[in-house]
Design a protein around this ligand. Structure first.
Ligand code: 9MR
Length: 317
């Protein structure tokens, strides 16, 4: 599960739940630029280190999220305006952070969310500081720098809204496919595709489209992992039994589609308890009922979401 240090420190039930159910954690904030980089010269590893200590004390592994993203950059990065300073900042960040955690993390989201929200063409890349200063070369540069700094860690390209039925999702799959094939054609050290799987309760999973996409990535030698699973239930019916059943079905469908074509070696949910979910702030329900988006409810009781995860993790063993 993804966790934040603040929640972990303030709630013993969260610590217990992570210990009871998880084998792996990922920091929500603590490895992002905004936390790690108060200024251009400083690396503030304390919070991420505290999470790594927690992981090690409890025999959990930790993955890294993320090295390059269009969002959540500290204000000082607005001073980066040209190719030279962008390349210097990017290389400095990746070399320092990845070598600091060398052999300590299992996997890194090297680039997060690199395709546009609504791609008009598969060749389109998402607008960012990095794209505007460096063009799409920034992707190759980032993966290369990460591989130099830790030759053993799994290097991942992480993307959302790949999983569901509809034109936009199909266009996003096509754009992801284009980007991945581009990276591999140019010899980029890319090892895995992270499917975030922030699922939309009211939209079916495109099991065929997703399975095809996963099969293709596998045929190119890539692993496919689930990195941020949860289900936005904002638009689902209120009654809890009905709502939980739809949420569990979405989770089942996405995991079934992926594992029909790949061995799912890693499933991370974006939080573990409904008490701590970004969906509560971003997509609250109009009827005022609490969201039910994660494997445990707000009282840390397991829901059918957890049974589905258990089924797939058993199958993987
Ligand atoms: O859930 C995270 C939220 O609390 C943060 O404010 C936000 C910005 O750092 O990031 C959210 O996590 C996102 C993740 O980093 C990338 N994929 C989408 C996640 C949900 O928005």
């Amino acid at each position: 599960a993804a966790i934040t240090l603040a929640d972990l420190q303030s709630d013993v039930r969260l610590r217990e739940a992570v210990n009871a159910y998880c084998t792996q954690i990922v920091p929500v904030y603590e490895l992002k630029w905004r936390t790690l980089r108060p200024d251009a010269h400083t690396f503030a590893f304390e919070k991420a280190d505290a999470l790594l200590d927690f992981a090690r004390q409890n025999r959990l592994t930790m993955r890294g999220h993320n090295l390059v993203w269009y969002a959540d950059l500290p204000e000082w990065t607005a001073q980066i305006k040209d190719a030279r300073s962008a390349e210097r900042a990017l290389r400095d960040h990746i070399a320092t952070v990845v070598s600091y955690y060398r052999d300590k993390l299992t996997s890194w989201d090297v680039v997060n969310e690199a395709i546009p929200e609504f791609p008009k063409r598969p060749t389109e890349r998402r607008d960012s500081l990095w794209l505007s200063c460096l063009g799409s070369d920034y992707l190759r540069m980032a993966f290369g720098a990460a591989a130099d700094a830790d030759p053993h860690v799994q290097l991942t390209l992480n993307e959302y809204d790949i999983e569901s039925v509809g034109e936009r999702f199909a266009a996003r799959r096509a754009a992801l496919r284009n980007l991945v094939s581009d990276l591999l054609d140019t010899g980029t050290p890319l090892h895995a595709i992270g499917l975030q799987s922030h699922l939309h309760g009211e939209i079916e999973i495109d099991t065929d489209g997703l399975a095809k996409c996963v099969a293709e990535f596998r045929s190119w030698g890539l692993d496919v992992i689930v990195t941020e699973l949860d289900v936005d239930d904002q638009k689902l019916p209120g009654p809890v039994t009905e709502r939980d059943a739809i949420v569990a079905k979405r989770v089942n469908d996405v995991l079934a589609a992926i594992s029909s074509e790949a061995t799912l070696r890693s499933i991370l949910t974006w939080g573990i308890s409904d008490r701590y979910s970004w969906i509560n702030q971003m997509f609250p329900r109009a009827d005022g009922l609490p969201n039910r988006t994660l494997p445990l409810d707000a009282g840390f009781r397991p829901k059918s979401f957890m049974d589905v995860i258990a089924k797939f993790t058993r199958e993987a063993v």
